[in-house]
Write a protein of this length. Structure first.
Length: 368
């Protein structure tokens, strides 16, 4: 089951101690273990516990539940047993452009979407460190690695430094952005992620596996299990990697096998090439649109491009025409008060020729 060892040529090695013929109670769990250790290498995260869940929303939910457990345990409150009624209050800090999946997770874990401190962002949607509120050991700060509109990354290292001495929990929503760590030319974007307490990532994005494949990582090996586990005389408690002890689900498919297969096929160099290639394609879109005289908002940092074709009404018309014409599909968004077309390039199958054809179709729609 283990991949061949790496000799520096881009292959991925199996985890230490994995040998041919090793019998493990759950083979699916064994493959997930291999895949997730590979992901740990890519993210540079000092994670002690990780698991494949249904999506980035579920990953954010599980990580926030682990954070809730840890911070309330510090003040003597057993939240899994006693719930949140009468619990000491916690402070939740998010950026003004926090992703909807984090907002949903905040509601599911009992914090609420509105009872949070929202930090102003800069012109690229990055959380402003100078606007961070005072934090303490009962604060959870949700950092964003990859703005859904601009692709920008919050200043992770600076935020962590502002939080670490106070004992605040730093969580990174890195649904697509954490994948940048696997590409040497993009790794600087996620500098400092290794210092966080928890991470969420979505494999259906840059890794191109099917939907229903998110991953949660936590630094504290016990926090995730305690937050997610449940007892029962009929439930196995000590078998190898029992899913329901670390995820919200009792019944689950072996979704980690697709992650294992994709990483096994690509290897480190293949994944890096996929990320770099799609970022180049995004740059190709941006350059072509600017050359045609249209406004591209800010500088793209990853595979995202935002473009306006004039007024809000005109931009929406162009988006509708592109979607109706069918060469490619681009959605619309509103970012910092501007209506824009959002172009996101992440498919392994996209070629330069595809970008040229799509760009031509967009320009035809904008010029008609």
């Amino acid at each position: 089951m283990a991949a061949r060892s790496s000799d520096g040529g881009g292959k991925l090695a199996g985890p230490r101690g994995t040998k041919r013929g090793l019998v493990i109670p759950h083979r699916n769990a064994a493959l997930e273990t291999v895949a997730l250790r590979w992901l740990r290498i890519f993210s540079s995260a000092r994670a002690e516990r990780w698991w494949v869940v249904t999506c980035a929303t579920a990953a954010n939910f599980a990580a926030l539940a682990a954070a809730r457990h840890t911070l309330l345990r510090r003040v003597g409150w057993d939240v899994e047993a006693q719930g949140l009624f009468g619990a000491p209050p916690l402070t939740l800090v998010v950026g003004e452009e926090v992703h909807a999946s984090v907002q949903k997770a905040l509601a599911l874990v009992g914090f609420g979407r509105e009872r949070v401190v929202r930090v102003p962002v800069d012109a690229q949607g990055r959380m402003r460190v100078d606007a961070l509120p005072s934090v303490d050991e009962r604060t959870i700060v949700c950092v964003q690695a990859g703005n859904v509109n601009t692709g920008s990354f919050d200043p992770i290292s600076e935020i962590w430094r502002a939080c670490s001495l106070a004992g605040a929990w730093v969580h990174i929503d890195g649904a697509f952005g954490l994948w940048a760590a696997a590409a040497p030319a993009r790794a600087h974007l996620v500098h400092g992620i290794e210092d966080a307490d928890s991470w969420a990532i979505d494999a259906h994005k840059w890794l191109n596996v099917p939907y229903d494949s998110g991953v949660v990582f936590t630094r504290d090996a016990d926090a995730l299990r305690t937050a997610m586990s449940v007892g029962g005389a009929y439930l196995l408690q000590d078998e190898y990697r029992i899913p329901y002890q670390y995820t919200p689900d009792f019944s689950r498919r072996a979704r980690g096998i697709e992650v294992w297969a994709a990483l096994r096929q690509l290897g480190r160099s293949g994944l890096a090439d996929l990320i770099e290639r799609t970022c180049r394609h995004a740059g190709q879109f941006a350059e072509g649109l600017v050359a045609a005289g249209y406004r591209v908002f800010k500088r793209r940092r990853a595979q995202q491009v935002l473009v306006s074709f004039g007024s809000s009404e005109r931009t929406r018309e162009v988006i509708a025409r592109v979607q109706d014409e069918g060469t490619c599909w681009c959605g619309g968004t509103v970012w910092q008060g501007h209506t824009a077309m959002r172009i996101s390039v992440s498919s392994w199958a996209t070629t330069e020729a595809d970008v040229e054809r799509s760009l031509a179709a967009i320009l035809r729609a904008a010029g008609s």
